[in-house]
Write a new protein. Structure first.
Length: 464
């Protein structure tokens, strides 16, 4: 499988393909974490000079559509009930000092102290990965899209999820009669809206809600002989006010080894009250009632004996049984495995190390790192445990991605290398020494470039 992927990956490289392929091998076989981009040219697997390396990153071409189909065709992990579980999250490539780099946004970054969040310019990437059951640092990254200044995050994410689900169905990972694919989001997403945008797909949406949200209960049955329009909403359910909570339809308790006793309470057919504002401003017709299952999860303790706060989840499925409620909150805990992948990308594979000016080149490097991670996942059963003297032995099949990378050089020696031998050449003359740069790079502002009305009244005033 690894050999077939390497050949397919080389076929996706349509310009400077041999150099890009050797650059990916250098990332996988370098000694230690990737610290500099030019340092990869010193790896034995990289047979070309540093000039060819920069030329490939800046001017190479990758058939992203073909590479996405290749990734979708690989074996994917499944949950205990046999369904596919996908996680969606945003990871930021921070570029605070790159004033000449376009399409930067203010990215939310957590500080070291409590409540010390910062907004730093950078390129946010929306990543979709398939999750494995159980605690692990492995995920199967399937797609990455850079969010631009004019993009609506929910609309772009819905289109990205739709494309990934379509490719998975074409690859045979889901067939008629299989359980719906579970897509998990964190608190930064409008989960009900995403559920509405993806309602025609065989997916079930699960996401975390902010603790200050106010939801609506289902409307009471209409009395016989009552006139007028039927009610669409029932009473309010404020997540921060226990006095507004009715008795839950489902309550479960599970004893866990990591969090102690986990108590889950679920309310059925809970939905938000939508208004003609922001994202729903352009919606034609009556606003929909997007019902789902609201889950409140409370655990005894967190790792490190921290005082836990309750977690509120919302699922697009209704009528959930106690077993389904437990599977939903347990699947949400697996979403944090994607954070291990982001840390591997940045700290080991050097995803955000290069100081790239062009965002198109940043996309090219991002897909190169994703292809490297896919090769590590396929080499997982082939790698030996080359542990350091102070590291504990790993059980068979429990090697981390960093340990698999440590032995990838030995695995590569048995794999085909479709990259051709380098041709002799010499660098160009470049700009004469002492001459001034007469074509300075333009400088770009940071942030959103489009602004939309927030109310229906403002829209009507603009259109007359």
């Amino acid at each position: 499988m690894l050999s077939r992927f390497r050949l397919g990956f080389h076929g996706c490289l349509t310009a400077r393909g041999d150099e890009l392929f050797e650059l990916a091998d250098a990332v996988l076989c370098a000694d230690g974490p990737v610290k500099t981009l030019v340092g990869l040219s010193l790896a034995p697997e990289h047979r070309r000079g540093h000039g060819a390396l920069y030329d490939a990153v800046n001017h190479g071409r990758i058939g992203v559509a073909r590479l996405r189909r290749v990734l979708a065709g690989l074996p994917l992990p499944r949950a205990a009930d046999g369904r596919l579980v996908l996680a969606v999250d945003v990871s930021n490539w921070l570029r605070p000092g790159a004033a000449t780099s376009p399409d930067r946004l203010f990215c939310h970054v957590y500080g070291r102290a409590k409540g010390q969040a910062q907004m730093i310019p950078g390129w946010p990437y929306s990543v979709i990965a398939a999750l494995e059951p159980g605690r692990t640092s492995w995920t199967a990254v399937l797609d990455a899209v850079r969010l631009g200044p004019a993009d609506d995050q929910a609309a772009v994410t819905a289109g990205q999820v739709r494309d990934v689900i379509t490719r998975l169905i074409e690859a045979g990972h889901w067939r008629q009669g299989d359980p719906a694919i579970l897509v998990i989001f964190d608190a930064g997403y409008d989960v009900p809206r995403l559920s509405f945008l993806l309602a025609d797909l065989p997916v079930e949406v699960l996401g975390r809600l902010r603790s200050d949200r106010v939801m609506k209960l289902p409307a009471a049955p209409r009395r016989p002989g009552t006139r007028g329009r039927p009610r669409k909403h029932g009473g309010e359910l404020a997540l921060s006010d226990p006095a507004t909570w009715p008795a839950p339809q489902t309550a479960t308790s599970t004893l866990t080894s990591r969090y102690g006793l986990a108590v889950a309470a679920a309310w059925d057919r809970v939905h938000p009250r939508l208004t003609h504002r922001c994202a729903w401003l352009d919606h034609d017709g009556p606003l929909p009632v997007i019902e789902g299952t609201l889950i409140r999860l409370q655990v005894d303790h967190l790792p490190g004996d921290r005082a836990p706060k309750p977690v509120w989840l919302w699922s697009s499925a209704t009528g959930a049984t106690p077993e389904q409620v437990d599977r939903l909150w347990q699947a949400f805990l697996r979403r944090f495995d994607l954070e291990h992948t982001f840390r591997l990308f940045k700290q080991v594979l050097g995803w955000t190390i290069p100081r790239i000016r062009d965002p198109v080149a940043a996309d090219r490097w991002t897909w190169l790192v994703i292809a490297c991670h896919a090769q590590l996942r396929l080499a997982r059963p082939l790698a030996d445990d080359l542990r350091l003297p102070w590291e504990r032995p790993a059980l068979p099949g429990r090697l981390t991605p960093a340990r698999v990378r440590r032995g990838f050089r030995n695995i590569r020696a048995t794999m085909p290398c479709p990259a051709g031998a380098p041709k002799p050449g010499k660098p160009g003359p470049g700009r004469p020494p002492g001459s001034k740069n007469r074509h300075p790079a333009p400088r770009h502002d940071v942030g959103k470039t489009t602004r939309r009305e927030l109310t229906l009244k403002a829209r009507r005033e603009r259109t007359g």
